[in-house]
Design a protein around this ligand. Structure first.
Ligand SMILES: [Zn+2]
Length: 203
């Protein structure tokens, strides 16, 4: 289905018509409920099982890393399976598919909105701080930048920070990115093809 993000994924769209926005998110949640981890998700979870500490920062709003078995996952653009109350800011997990009430409401009577980052919104502080803490700990030996255009300033910044503290920087992407020239390795291809053979080498 064609859709204009401005119609659904902005605070203005939600203020105009919360039911319309929630109807669209309800559909996306139904699609997402059937999704299963791909070989890249599985490879990361497998690496963690070998005893390696694996910290995943993802822009994805699904829970496929968690489904695959990764335990330390930070979502820096929120989650489709969480809702946030507009009145008191409470965040709750909500896995009802389909939703039983549109728009859903908090116990306090306030409207819930999807707990994801919309166009024009800044990233939530908590995940950024979690990521920064990892970086400052200086214990990263390999930093994988996977499937991102690296067009977000903070991704480039984090990557360089990891490299400066001694991490090997590996960029996995179907196309060369802004990072490709600066990394230790640029591996050109899909995450689902590259990670399953790359990660066992790191265990
Ligand atoms: Zn509330």
């Amino acid at each position: 289905m064609q859709f204009d993000p401005e119609e659904y994924a902005t605070p203005q769209a939600f203020a105009r018509d919360p039911a319309k926005v929630w109807t669209w998110y309800d559909m996306r949640r139904q699609e997402m409920a059937g999704a299963r981890p791909n070989p890249a998700h599985t490879a990361l979870a497998e690496l963690e099982k070998t005893g390696r500490r694996v910290f995943v920062v993802t822009q994805n709003v699904d829970d496929l890393h968690e489904q695959a078995g990764s335990r330390d996952v930070t979502h820096n653009r929120g989650s489709m399976w969480h809702v946030r109350c507009l009145r008191d800011g409470a965040v709750e997990e909500n896995r009802l598919v389909p939703l039983t009430e549109i728009p859903p409401r908090c116990g306090c009577g306030g409207l819930f909105r999807p707990a994801v980052v919309w166009f024009g919104e800044t990233l939530p502080r908590q995940p950024l701080e979690t990521a920064r803490r990892y970086l400052l700990a200086g214990e990263i030996d390999v930093c994988l930048v996977v499937g991102t255009e690296a067009s977000f300033g903070y991704i480039v910044e984090w990557s360089f920070h990891a490299r400066e503290s001694g991490a090997l920087l590996v960029d996995v992407n179907p196309r060369a990115t802004g990072l490709s020239d600066a990394v230790g390795f640029h591996l050109e291809g899909k995450a689902g093809e590259i990670l399953p053979w790359l990660l066992p080498e790191l265990s």
